[in-house]
Design a protein around this ligand. Structure first.
Ligand code: MEV
Length: 425
C-alpha cells in the first residue's frame, strides 16, 4: 500500500484533528495554515471589503477533500467547498474504486487562448471592413499588447484576431464581431481581455470608420479546453448500464441537464475553494455542450472489450493568479493542498474531477439507484434539523439509518418522530 493510500485510509472516519494532521503531513501545512482551514482568519473582513461592496460579513461553507485521486500518475488531494451532502463521499469512493480496479485517469489541456469580443453592431461595409482589419491585423495586435506589458513579460499576450460576419437576428443587416485571441498565462484573464478590447476600440473605429458597440470577453472559451479520460476495466453489466445512461443524456436534454449538473457537482466546489469564477465556467460549459444546436452531456462513456472509457472535453478558463485567488487565504491554501501553481494544472484537475464525479453518479443510477447512498449520508442533516442535541445525535443517526434500511425512506418528520421516541424512552 502506498504512503498516500495509507494516509487516506478511513479518512472520513478519523476525528477532525487527525484528518488535519494527516493533511498537514502530506501537504506540508504549518499550524497557522491549519488554523485558517478551521476558519480562523480564513477571510479577514478587511480582505472581504476589497473583494465586494456592502460587506456585512463572510459566508462559511464546509471545505472537504476528495481522496484517492491519481491523475496523470500523480497522487493528489483535492479541496472542495460545497454544502451538498454526499458529493465529497461519492467522488472519493469512486476514485478509490478506480484505483482498486487499476483504472487510469489522464488529462490534457487543449489550447491556451481566451477570447475578447469587439462588436460592430451594424457594419455598413462588411467586406471592405474585414479587408481593412485584415490589412492592419499586426498593428492591432501590437497596439493590444501595449496595454498588457505585465502579461507580455510573463510570456502571454494577444496572439491573433479573427473576424466574424454574422447576419443580425432582427434581419436588419450584418454584425461584425472581432475576436481578440489572448494567452492569459495563469490568469483567468477577464480583466486583461476586457481592457484590451476597450483599448482597441478607438483604433478599430479610426481604421474602419465603423461604430463599435460592446467590448467584452466571451465565456465560451473554446480555445482553452480541458480534456480528461478515465479507462476502467469493469464488469459488462455495470459498463453497459453506464453507457446506456449516457445515451439517455444524449437523447434527452432534460436528462443531459441533470447529467451535467452531476459533473459540475465535482467542478464547482474546486472553483469555489480556489476563488475562481464558477459562473463563468458554468456558462462556458453549458454553451459548449450546446454547440451542435442540441444540449448534450459534457461527458461520454463507452463500454467495450471489458473496459469502460469516459471522456470530458469543455472550456475551463480558470486562474491561479489574479482575481481573488492569491488574496484569499483559503484559496491560496487550496492550491497548496493540490500541489499546483499553474492554471492549466487546475483546469485539468477540474476536468478529471468532473468526469469521476459523473462516473460515481452514473454507476449508482445504473445499479442500486442514488437514494440509498445519498439518504444514508443525509441522515446526519436530518438528525440535526430534527433538533437533536450533541448527545442525541449519534443515537438518532443510527436509528435513522436503521429506519432507512427497513422502510426504504426517511424524512424530517420521521426523524422528529424517532427523536421523540428516543426522548420518551
Ligand atoms: C445530484 O446532485 C446529482 C445527480 O442527479 C447527477 C445525475 O443524475 O447524474 C445524481
Amino acid at each position: 500500500m502506498s504512503r498516500f493510500v495509507k494516509l487516506l485510509e478511513n479518512f472520513h472516519r478519523l476525528p477532525f484533528e487527525e484528518r488535519q494532521e494527516r493533511l498537514a503531513q502530506w501537504c506540508d501545512l504549518d499550524p497557522q495554515e491549519l488554523q485558517i482551514l478551521r476558519g480562523v482568519n480564513a477571510l479577514p473582513i478587511e480582505s472581504a471589503e476589497h473583494f465586494i461592496e456592502n460587506v456585512i460579513g463572510v459566508f462559511p461553507l464546509p471545505l472537504g477533500v476528495a481522496t484517492y485521486f491519481e491523475i496523470d500518475g500523480r497522487d493528489v488531494i483535492i479541496p472542495m467547498a460545497v454544502e451538498e451532502t454526499s458529493i465529497v463521499a461519492a467522488v472519493s469512493s469512486t476514485a478509490k474504486w478506480i484505483r482498486k480496479l487499476g483504472g487510469k485517469i489522464t488529462t490534457e489541456s487543449r489550447g491556451r487562448l481566451i477570447i475578447g469580443q469587439i462588436q460592430i453592431p451594424r457594419v455598413e461595409r462588411p467586406d471592405a471592413t474585414v479587408k481593412i482589419l485584415n490589412q492592419h491585423k499586426l498593428e492591432l495586435v501590437v497596439e493590444a499588447n501595449q496595454v498588457i506589458p505585465g502579461l507580455i513579460a510573463r510570456g502571454g499576450g494577444v496572439r491573433d484576431l479573427e473576424f466574424r460576419l454574422l447576419p443580425r437576428e432582427d434581419a436588419t443587416g450584418r454584425m461584425l464581431v472581432i475576436h481578440v485571441m489572448c494567452d492569459p498565462c495563469d490568469a483567468m484573464g477577464a480583466n486583461l481581455i476586457n481592457q484590451v478590447c476597450e483599448a482597441l476600440k478607438p483604433l478599430v473605429e479610426e481604421l474602419t470608420d465603423e461604430k463599435v458597440g460592446l467590448c467584452i470577453l466571451s465565456n465560451l472559451v473554446d480555445g482553452r479546453l480541458a480534456y480528461a479520460r478515465v479507462e476502467l476495466p469493469i464488469d459488462e453489466e455495470t459498463g453497459r448500464g453506464i453507457e446506456e445512461a449516457t445515451q439517455f443524456a444524449k437523447t434527452d436534454p432534460y436528462r443531459a441537464t441533470t447529467h451535467n449538473k452531476g459533473v459540475l457537482n465535482g467542478i464547482d466546489p474546486i472553483l469555489i475553494a480556489t476563488g475562481n469564477d464558477w459562473r463563468a465556467v458554468e456558462a462556458g460549459i453549458h454553451a459548449y455542450t450546446s454547440r451542435t444546436g442540441k444540449y448534450q452531456p459534457v461527458t461520454d462513456w463507452k463500454y467495450g472489450n471489458g473496459k469502460l472509457v469516459g471522456e470530458f472535453l469543455a472550456p475551463l478558463a480558470v486562474g491561479t493568479v489574479g482575481g481573488v485567488t492569491m488574496l484569499h487565504p483559503t484559496a491560496r491554501l487550496s492550491l497548496k493542498i493540490m500541489g499546483i501553481t499553474k492554471a492549466e494544472e487546475l483546469a485539468r484537475i477540474c476536468a478529471a474531477m468532473g468526469l469521476v464525479q459523473n462516473l460515481g453518479a452514473l454507476k449508482a443510477l445504473a445499479t442500486v439507484g442514488i437514494v440509498k447512498g445519498h439518504m444514508k449520508l443525509h441522515a446526519s442533516n436530518l438528525a440535526l434539523a430534527a433538533g437533536a442535541t450533541d448527545d442525541e445525535l449519534p443515537r438518532l443517526k443510527a436509528e435513522l439509518t436503521e429506519a432507512l434500511a427497513r422502510e426504504k425512506r426517511i424524512n424530517l418528520s420521521r426523524a422528529k418522530e424517532i427523536l421523540e421516541q428516543l426522548r420518551t424512552h
